[in-house]
Design a protein around this ligand. Structure first.
Ligand SMILES: [Zn+2]
Length: 380
């Protein structure tokens, strides 16, 4: 089990002046390539599920693969929900196993960005999950770039309580058109003012020297997507030209190509070889199973929990609840027992769940002469 708390992982990187790579994945080739690279380099790594990519890939199918890969590998991994648009997306990311979320309202007004980020922080922190936000604007082309203002950043972090900040200092998302003009002085000032892990978006195409200088000035997480997927696409185009051997052959060498490129980057960013110390110094990320057992003395089918899909839907939507299952327990006596089992993102969610109005409503509905037993079990 190698899932670790993202706030611990990035704090370690920040204090030791290296950066953790955050790779958004949209397929098993990318996922396996990145995980293999982290294993081979003994490096911590972040796997990202990006909200804009969910148009192309089903999170319900991809997220379990990401979680399984993270759990079986031997280097520290965190799972991040990238470029979320608000609370709804962040809740969905957490439900699918993410233990860090980004809310990106950087294209909106400052006040809207503050309000939206605050709302996500409140929800995520109740689940013990850190939040990354963006201030300034890292555009998809060079045109609308807005640099992060230093003083504004100080106020933004104080007002929102955000854990990491994505900064706009001259990089752009996507492919690089010409040379980026990076404002290192601005980054230095932001870092001095904030003293929290900073995040770099739009990293494709930067040189090793540029990365080193950025990391020396507070960048502790590097988001990386375009260049590595361009490499994968180039390999697939080559396969398509060279062979007429069907679908599977299109993927030949893609995983290995991604792996090699990711290994080079993990070395450049200074995270290679750090797995053991991160594992030792960071808390592991554990889910919790919370069980509620009702003994109903007089069973009224209309009221019995097993028949209520409405309750099931309502409870499944509570932030930090990953899964809800319900079943009947066979008893020797006349009474019937029902078990509601909640798979929760973290032990903190037990408390936030109990305070949630929908949960309170649900429990009150089944309270009366019934007895309720509760238990909490952590799992890895
Ligand atoms: Zn980005």
């Amino acid at each position: 089990m190698a899932l670790v708390k993202m706030q611990d992982m990035l704090q370690h990187a920040y204090e030791n002046q290296y950066a953790v790579g955050a790779f958004d994945v949209v397929s098993l080739e990318l996922l396996q390539g990145v995980i293999n690279a982290a294993e081979a380099s003994r490096s911590p790594v972040i796997i990202g599920l990006s909200e804009p990519h969910l148009e192309y890939v089903d999170i319900e199918l991809l997220a379990p693969a990401v979680e399984a890969a993270a759990r079986r590998c031997t280097v520290p991994v965190a799972i991040h929900y990238d470029h979320g648009s608000g609370v709804e997306g962040a809740v969905r990311g957490i439900r699918h196993g993410c233990n860090g979320v980004m809310v990106d309202a950087s294209h909106r007004s400052l006040q809207e960005n503050i309000d939206c980020t605050k709302e996500v922080v409140k929800m995520a922190h109740a689940c013990d999950i850190p939040v990354e936000a963006e201030l300034g604007y890292v555009p998809d082309d060079g045109k609308d770039l807005v640099f992060t203002p230093v003083e504004e950043a100080r106020g933004f972090v104080r007002l929102t309580g955000v854990d990491f900040l994505a900064v706009s200092i001259g990089t752009v998302h996507g492919r690089l058109d010409g040379k980026p003009r990076i404002d290192y002085q601005r980054l230095r000032n932001i870092n001095e003012a904030l003293q929290i892990p900073l995040v770099l978006h739009g990293s494709s195409g930067l040189s090793d020297d540029q990365f080193r200088k950025l990391i020396a000035n507070g960048i502790a997480k590097v988001n990386y997507f375009t260049a590595i997927t361009d490499r994968a696409a180039e390999l697939m185009r080559g396969n398509a030209r060279d062979a007429d051997d069907g679908y599977l052959k299109l993927f030949a060498g893609v995983r290995e190509g991604v792996e090699q490129e990711a290994m080079r980057l993990l070395r450049t960013w200074g995270s290679a070889g750090r797995a053991a110390e991160v594992m030792e110094q960071c808390n592991s990320w554990q889910g919790v199973e919370y069980t509620l057992k009702f003994d109903l003395t007089s069973v009224d089918n209309a009221k019995s929990p097993i028949f209520s899909s409405h309750d099931h839907k309502m409870l499944s939507k509570i932030p930090g609840v990953n899964e809800v299952t319900v079943g009947e327990v066979s008893n020797d006596n006349e009474s019937k027992s029902y078990c509601w089992q909640f798979r929760l993102a973290s032990s903190s969610v037990v408390e936030s769940l109990k305070q949630h109005q929908d949960y309170i409503k649900f429990v009150q509905n089944y309270q009366g002469d019934e007895t309720i037993e509760k238990s909490v079990v952590s799992f890895q």
